[in-house]
Design a protein around this ligand. Sequence first.
Ligand code: ADP
Ligand code: 5GP
Length: 212
Amino acid sequence: MNQSDLLAGHEGLLIVLSGPSGTGKGTLVKEISKKNDNIKLSVSVTTRIPRKGETDGESYFFVSEREFIRMRDNNELIEWVEYCGNHYGTPKQFIFDTVKKGYDIILDIEVEGARNFKSIFPQSVMIFVVPPSMEELRKRILKRGTESAETIEERLKRSKEEYNYIDHYEYLVVNDNLDKAVDDISSIIKAEKFSIKRMKKLPDKMGTGGSL
Ligand code: ADP
Ligand code: 5GP
């Protein structure tokens, strides 16, 4: 039985958000999970140094390289990646426990990890978020003020490469106005709830007199 089969029957949605660094993914997933009690945020582990304002266990689980490798080798991560010199990974147990309880989970992960995640959980809803322009992206990273000039350039270079993965996604959202982007993503999630292909059991032939 594969990992995806283990979840079959009673799961919530797995919603994967990717896009260039600085687009606003972190801001969006926080807003969306805050507004909807049924959507839980997947908290990744990382070896990155915490930014000002980030809390351990909320933004990320901040761990040493040694601990990250231990978790990876102990099969505690669903997917992992090295991104601009740091390791990032999705803890497995939370995903299984939470989705089985019927909650939807939203993940903010980069493109390679997202592709691996989708191969394990093909039912995932894949959303690619982009900024309105490259200039705006640069402005947002600068405004965040958390990276050195060198890291910013590395992230911008990586951003351009990330667009090559767009075919692995089902939806594209432009994060220009934050409230609108939150609404757009919420609409996608809502529409997915009505998807016939996701329904394990179809309703009876209502209103057709059984002649459907
Ligand atoms: P990411 O998680 O994609 O790297 P963040 O969520 O950290 O991006 O956002 C980067 C910066 O852009 C933050 O300072 C955030 O407040 C800001 N931001 C996010 N969305 C918008 C938006 N729609 N308009 C303007 N600024 C935004
Ligand atoms: P940041 O350092 O800006 O918080 O994150 C850098 C990149 O790592 C972002 O694109 C973010 O989506 C991605 N990321 C965060 N957590 C994970 C994870 O668990 N797995 C993968 N593959 N990417 C992650």
